[in-house]
Ligand binder design. Structure first.
Ligand code: ZN
Length: 603
């Protein structure tokens, strides 16, 4: 039975992460902000108007890196404090304090890039030749040269950066603070409702009446805020469009993809192929769900139920550790040591409490250890979620150690590869160790209903919807709630065909996702999982060689483009093959679910 959640102050400390590794106290956090300001003063005095030769370029970049190395823990501290309890007014103030400092710093340091792009490419190249560790930073600057504006404009825009992030903060405020859900009633019983409860529990509830009622109650509440949320989103989109136009990009897509180091073909391919070729497999899966549960109709609200709810094992936080260690053991000792530390040293926030961010994420501040946020619901599924986040942690644990601050982060296109890789490793490990058809069905349905559903369906349908939105924005048009609802609905209908009824409320799904404030992020989930599906197969087939190559990819951080990183791991993403193979693999998993179900039913 789902209970309402405790407040943050009531959760046991061992289920929370230890932010003291970033700053011992709030006072230390404040002191650090002051020190950063002082360092910026010195930097300005030392370098402004003086960056004109390779030696000074390198000296400036070194000092610049040191300022950013200080900014990172402060920013992480502020945002992590807020993420565990968005209602915490102190944390809100901390966040604002950091945001305004960061805008000020960016504005005052903007002269560095402005002066660098004024220099002839040969001078920048000379600097790269002397110190290749800054190659990444300077090369990207050379590419962006043509989009750089007048130094004073850059300075002004940077000063407004916190304001430009305003829509995202507004979105979160509406979602986490203003939207409060009343209990909903089914057959005389009253049930609590919140974002976390809906996404962690009610969406997967096996009682059809309760599940569909929860969906209706949830959607009606979202609907009350649809216009505010749409207006907030439109504001964000218009900022992106204006920026893209001012800087002279051909389209908003070119602007948003430039930092990802991939072109439009790779982006469009993920969306087009999956919409077309994965859809038939997923419809088959939806029909299987309907059959197994004996549902009169299959609606959008029924898609998250598991194939065999009676089988979903419960698991404690302590028990999860053994599964994770056994599954990720293949990655080697250094990796396991990180996993061990993440539990022991409280890198993970497990608690479920009111005001906590929904979903799960991993934050990997440079120079410190990673932090993971998750709301532990005790479902065995959480092992996959945790393995996923530990995949991000393992990635930056390696990359941050091996690379400087400018070189650690790869393109967004690649970000979800190491995380989804770990989900595949968990699945492979569980499958290897059981012949029980019920357990096997549970594992395979976890991969389909979680790993692939999440990355190839949920986020991909977001991406398909988002592409429609950006096409419209690129034509200079605004969006509002009715338009966003229509786009979302049309994408859902196109994908699910006649297998799933897109009931009222489903069109509001766009309101749930913060990713829309992060550029072209949603499609990258399927891109990452395409790579990791292929690499995890290599780990099964080839063993240690594939693991070693993968570890090198993790260590390479952002020093290579996504195409190069994938190639290092033996996957050629310049062709359609890896994606087609992955879609076909999902098809075989769903076929296997059908035959296992027949086998179980015939007993
Ligand atoms: Zn992820």
């Amino acid at each position: 039975m789902v209970k309402s959640l405790p407040s943050r102050s009531e959760v046991p400390i061992e289920e929370t992460w230890n932010l003291k590794d970033l700053f011992e106290s709030e006072e230390d956090f404040n002191t650090s902000l002051k020190e950063i300001e002082e360092e910026v003063n010195i930097f300005e005095e030392k370098f402004k108007g003086k960056i004109d030769n390779p030696a000074i370029i390198l000296e400036a970049l070194e000092d610049y890196a040191s300022i950013f190395e200080k900014l990172v823990p402060s920013g992480t501290y502020a945002s992590l404090s807020l993420s565990t309890d968005q209602t915490n007014t102190e944390a809100q103030l901390q966040g604002s304090k950091f945001a305004s400092l960061s805008a000020k710093v960016n504005s005052r340091l903007s002269f560095l890039n402005s002066e660098l792009v004024e220099l002839p490419n040969e001078v920048l190249q000379e600097a790269i030749d002397i110190s290749p560790s800054y190659q990444n930073y300077l090369q990207k600057l050379i590419i962006k040269k043509q989009y750089q504006l007048h130094p004073e404009v850059e300075k002004t825009l940077a000063a407004f950066s916190s304001t430009f992030n305003g829509p995202y903060k507004l979105y979160d405020t509406t979602k986490m603070l203003d939207t409060s859900f009343e209990n909903f009633e089914v057959n005389g019983y009253s049930y609590p409702l919140s974002y976390v409860l809906f996404e962690n529990d009610w969406e997967a509830e096996s009682d059809t009446d309760v599940r569909r009622s929860a969906f209706n109650a949830f959607s009606s509440k979202l609907k009350e805020y649809q216009h505010t949320t749409a207006k907030t989103y439109d504001m964000h989109l218009q900022i992106e469009k204006t920026t893209s136009d001012l800087r002279g990009y051909n389209s908003i897509f070119d602007y948003l993809l430039l930092n990802q180091e991939v072109d439009r073909t790779l982006y469009d391919r993920q969306i087009d192929l999956i919409m077309k070729e994965l859809a038939p497999h997923m419809r088959k899966y939806a029909k299987l769900l309907q059959k197994v549960h004996g549902l009169d109709r299959m609606t959008f609200a029924d898609l998250k139920i598991s194939l065999d709810p009676s089988y979903e094992p419960k698991i404690t936080i302590e028990e999860s550790k053994k599964y994770i260690e056994d599954a990720l053991g293949v990655m080697g000792e250094e990796y396991l040591e990180m996993v061990e530390r993440s539990y022991k040293e409280r890198w993970i926030d497990f608690a479920q409490n009111t005001g906590k961010s929904t979903g799960a994420f991993c934050s990997s501040p440079y120079g410190n250890h990673p932090y993971i946020l998750i709301s532990w619901s005790s479902r065995m599924n959480e092992v996959f979620v945790l393995a996923h986040e530990l995949g991000h942690a393992g990635h930056f644990y390696h990359a941050n150690k091996e690379q400087n601050i400018f070189n650690a982060r790869p393109s967004l296109y690649f970000i979800e590869a190491p995380s989804t890789m770990n989900e595949m490793l968990v699945a492979n490990h569980l499958l290897e160790n059981s012949n029980d058809p019920k357990f096997k069905r549970w594992v395979i349905s976890s991969i389909v209903a979680r790993t692939y559903y999440h990355n190839f369906v949920t986020h991909l349908l977001e991406a398909a919807y988002q592409r429609k939105v950006y096409q419209r924005i690129d034509e200079g048009l605004p969006v509002n709630a009715p338009i966003l609802n229509e786009y979302k609905r049309s994408v859902l209908e196109e994908f699910w065909g006649d297998a799933v009824e897109i009931t009222e409320g489903a069109e509001l799904t766009w309101m749930r996702q913060p990713h829309y404030y992060m550029g072209l992020y949603p499609y990258t989930y399927s891109a990452g999982l395409t790579i990791s599906t292929q690499v995890s197969k290599r780990v099964l087939d080839e063993g240690q060689v594939a693991v070693d190559e993968w570890t090198e990819v993790l260590k390479a951080g952002g020093t290579k483009s996504p195409i190069e990183l994938a190639k290092m791991a033996g996957v050629d993403i310049t062709t359609e093959k890896p994606l087609r193979d992955t879609i076909a693999y999902i098809g075989t998993l769903i076929d296997e679910l059908e035959s296992l179900t027949e086998e179980i039913d015939s007993k």
